[in-house]
Each structure stands twice: as structure tokens, then as C-alpha cells.
Ligand binder design. Structure first.
Ligand SMILES: [Zn+2]
Ligand SMILES: [Zn+2]
Ligand SMILES: [Zn+2]
Length: 137
């Protein structure tokens, strides 16, 4: 760490002290927040300059939080592909998942009997838990 950083993090009200020294006093938090706002603003400005990022890409959706139509479309394509590849992997080798689990039913789209049973038991349990909470409150 260089001399400048060391001095910075000894003084409250700097981002360096917030990050490096872990100080969470009001001054340091304010300095951190101000930096975040600036960083977000410059990201947005760079994003507004459509030549800076390539749209219609899932990475732009994820990294830049861009929600323009082409980026949203690219993102949903990737999502579908991931779901499909999970399904394919499952079809090729059902032993990669643990059968009879609600997570297997939901996450992998497995519709075998044990998974279906686990998922409906999970749903029923959720309903029961909700009801119980309503009755106690
Ligand atoms: Zn501080
Ligand atoms: Zn976009
Ligand atoms: Zn299953």
C-alpha cells in the first residue's frame, strides 16, 4: 500500500477509510455513498452512450443492468438455453440429481413421480405454514 492510501485511510470521511480500515462512521459512510452515486451515474452515462456497450447481449443485461428490449431478449434466450441444457443433462443421466426433492422438481424440471410428490408435499407444507402463521398472529 502506498503512502497516500495509508494517509487517506487514517482520516474519516474518505472512501479509503471505509473500504480499507472498515470504518462505518457517518463521515465515512457518506463518502462511500457519494462515491457509489458517482459510480452509478458514470455507469449510466456510459450506458446511455450506446456505442460504449453492445446491446442485445446477455452480458450487457447482467453487467450493465440494461433492460432494453434487445438485451432482455438475449437474456431470456440464455435463460431458456440453460433450462434446456439442464433438462438435456437430466435426460441423459438422471442420476445427476437427487430424486424425490422439490428442488429437483423446480430447478431441474424433473417430473418423475418422487419429485412430483416431493414438490406437492412442499407446496402443501408451505400452505400449512402460512395458515399456521395466520392463525397464531
Ligand atoms: Zn470514519
Ligand atoms: Zn441494452
Ligand atoms: Zn425426479
Amino acid at each position: 500500500m502506498n503512502e497516500l492510501n495509508r494517509r487517506k485511510q487514517d482520516v474519516c470521511g474518505t472512501r479509503a477509510r471505509y473500504m480499507n480500515a472498515g470504518c462505518r462512521c457517518d463521515l465515512c459512510r457518506a463518502a462511500w455513498a457519494a462515491h457509489q452515486i458517482e459510480a452509478n451515474k458514470s455507469r449510466r452515462e456510459r450506458l446511455a452512450d450506446t456505442t460504449a456497450v453492445e446491446h442485445g447481449k446477455a452480458t450487457t443485461y447482467a453487467n450493465w443492468s440494461c433492460r432494453c428490449e434487445p438485451c432482455k431478449a438475449a437474456h431470456s434466450v440464455v435463460m431458456r438455453q440453460q433450462a434446456q441444457s439442464r433438462k438435456d443433462r437430466l435426460a441423459a443421466d438422471p442420476s445427476i440429481v437427487e430424486p424425490g426433492r422439490a428442488a429437483t422438481y423446480q430447478g431441474w424440471g424433473c417430473r418423475c413421480e418422487p419429485c412430483k410428490a416431493a414438490a406437492s408435499a412442499y407446496e402443501a407444507g408451505r400452505y400449512e405454514r402460512k395458515k399456521a402463521r395466520r392463525e397464531t398472529s
